[in-house]
Write a protein that binds this ligand. Structure first.
Ligand SMILES: Cc1cc2nc3c(=O)[nH]c(=O)nc-3n(C[C@H](O)[C@H](O)[C@H](O)COP(=O)(O)OP(=O)(O)OC[C@H]3O[C@@H](n4cnc5c(N)ncnc54)[C@H](O)[C@@H]3O)c2cc1C
Ligand code: SF4
Length: 488
């Protein structure tokens, strides 16, 4: 429970960042580690609140007060056991999670919440440093074979859980290396890729086989895979990018964010053959879209040496405080400012891009916007309305489209006869992750649509339980929040 009076005595403190002018010179992570005493003090702020709402704020049901208490008492190995009992990859979430748990922290009602995410990262990194995280292959094999299609956080979590249950797991990934968006979406300055490789080595040691460069649906037909395996879990993500179908969208310099980010992550990985290079160097860059992807484009553009970076968001500017209609402990839609925003981007809200302008060679040289407002008519969905007389021309040689994703690709679904839902994800209930075809399961962004790493891990774990049950009639794999180890 932490120290009884800890929350009264100790202020919230999180890792600080290297100065902007230093960190944008490279792609390394730039958080500055905290002293062990400071992290223990932060654990001491957890206040034994009776009903820990943080548990339900966390999609994994992490046992947060328990690991906070262990950290406060310096029992780091115990903290790591508790954390790993509900979360396969706390080194990912400890760096990248937006921490809905902190929005649900009881201390957060009238004080700064406990720094749960940062404590999580410190537990994971201490455990790796001390050598406590080791491969744990299953003692027995069941003789059942499971294929995992897609190696993002959902696929990796499902694979580890199913392997623990003794099934022979093969992960198919069409990219050259496993990791999904962790590797080819999220930039190294948010998470260096050796963090993924360190975990992959353990998964391989545990007996999971990875087949990269294999596009299921093209290189292997999905129905052939079905004949070779006892069950399949689809974890291919929500990869269909939203387009901006306006005049000039085909000009050279109008680029999908994922093409830009994927290429840069490969460049940072030392890959030379990148095809046509997309670079922000010496350009006025406009990033269209105010979410995580947009923010990653901003940080990457600055590191490539952009002349200026502007960020457009069609929604109005939120308030930094929790809006009154989104009370604690719910996740509030408020203004969030990322470390990349703070690197010098100018942000514009309630703005819509109407047209891209090109030069005589077909290169982007500018764009036209207008301000917009959302008009609410009772009984109808809010309508977007242009504000007359607000048209503006901007100089821009690189426009990055970070408009989100519309759902899952449908090749595998067509080959297997899978139903899609009305948001073009593969249809399956959260109750059992089963598609309409027996033996085929789906989890992560491919089932729930574009979401978060913590949700992907949670879905991978949940799906693994239901697959194990389908194969064996029952399952000892834990469901959300159960954990698979005794508590302190
Ligand atoms: C730029 C960006 C930044 C983000 N930042 C954050 C963040 O900071 N924090 C956070 O919580 N979330 C973030 N997200 C969201 C998060 O990355 C995703 O929600 C999460 O990765 C989804 O995991 P997944 O395993 O379902 O799918 P993915 O990570 O998308 O992985 C799917 C994998 O399946 C592979 N695949 C697809 N189809 C096939 C096929 N037919 N055959 C073989 N392989 C296939 C793909 O190549 C990919 O490797 C970000 C997303 C983006 C795009
Ligand atoms: S995974 Fe995310 S939501 Fe869960 S405890 Fe960690 S930071 Fe909080």
């Amino acid at each position: 429970m932490g120290k009884i009076t800890g929350f009264l005595e100790i202020d919230r403190k999180v890792e600080s960042y290297a100065p902007v002018e230093e960190r944008i010179k490279n792609y390394r992570e730039f958080t500055l580690p905290m002293e062990e005493k400071d992290v223990k003090d932060q654990g001491a702020r957890c206040m034994d609140c009776g009903i820990p709402f943080c548990h339900s704020g966390c999609p994994l049901g992490n046992l947060i007060p328990d690991f906070n208490d262990a950290v406060y008492r310096g029992k780091w190995e115990k903290a790591s056991e508790i954390l790993h009992s509900t979360n396969n990859f706390p080194e990912f979430t400890g760096r990248l999670c937006p921490a809905p748990c902190e929005e649900a922290c009881v201390l957060g009602i009238n004080e700064d919440p406990v720094t749960i995410e940062n404590i999580e990262k410190n537990i994971a990194e201490t455990a790796f440093k001390k050598g406590w995280i080791t491969a744990k292959p299953p003692l027995e094999r069941t003789g059942k074979k499971v294929a995992v299609v897609g190696s993002g956080p959902a696929g990796l979590a499902a694979a580890q859980q199913l392997n623990r249950a003794g099934h022979q797991v093969t992960v198919f990934e069409r990219d050259e290396k496993p990791g999904g968006l962790l590797r080819y979406g999220i930039p190294d300055f948010k998470m260096e890729k050796h963090v993924i490789d360190r975990r992959l080595e353990l998964l391989k040691e545990e007996g999971i086989e990875f087949k990269c460069g294999v596009h299921v649906g093209k290189d292997i037909k999905a129905d052939a895979l079905k004949n070779d395996f006892d069950a399949i879990v689809l974890t291919g993500g929500a990869t269909v990018r939203r387009k901006l179908p306006i005049e000039g969208a085909d000009l050279k310099g109008v680029v999908q964010a994922m093409d830009f980010l994927g290429q840069n992550n490969r460049r940072v990985d030392g890959i030379k053959d990148l095809g046509e290079e997309i670079l922000a160097t010496d350009k006025d860059v406009v990033v269209i879209g105010g979410g995580d992807t947009g923010s990653d484009c901003i940080g990457t553009s600055f590191r490539q040496g952009a002349k200026s970076v502007s960020n457009f968001e069609i929604m109005p500017m939120g308030t930094p405080d929790r809006p009154k209609d989104q009370p604690w402990p719910f996740w509030p839609m408020r203004l969030r400012t990322s470390s990349s925003h703070k690197e010098g981007a100018e942000r514009f809200f309630s703005i819509s891009t109407k047209k891209f302008i090109g030069d005589e060679k077909g290169n982007l040289k500018g764009l036209i916007t207008s301000e917009v407002e959302w008009v609410t008519v009772p009984g109808q969905r809010p309508q977007l309305k242009e504000v007359e007389g607000t048209e503006k021309e901007w100089k821009c040689e690189l426009a990055l489209l970070a408009l989100g994703f519309t759902g899952s690709e449908n090749t595998i679904a067509e080959q297997l006869g899978l139903e899609m839902d009305n948001r073009t994800n593969i249809k399956a209930s959260e109750l059992n992750y089963k598609t309409n075809v027996p033996g085929i399961f789906v989890a992560g962004d491919q089932r729930r649509g574009q979401s978060l790493i913590v949700w992907a891990i949670s879905e991978g774990r949940q799906a693994a339980h239901h697959i194990d049950k389908y194969l064996m009639g029952e399952s000892a794999l834990p469901l959300k929040g159960e954990g698979d180890l005794p508590r302190v």
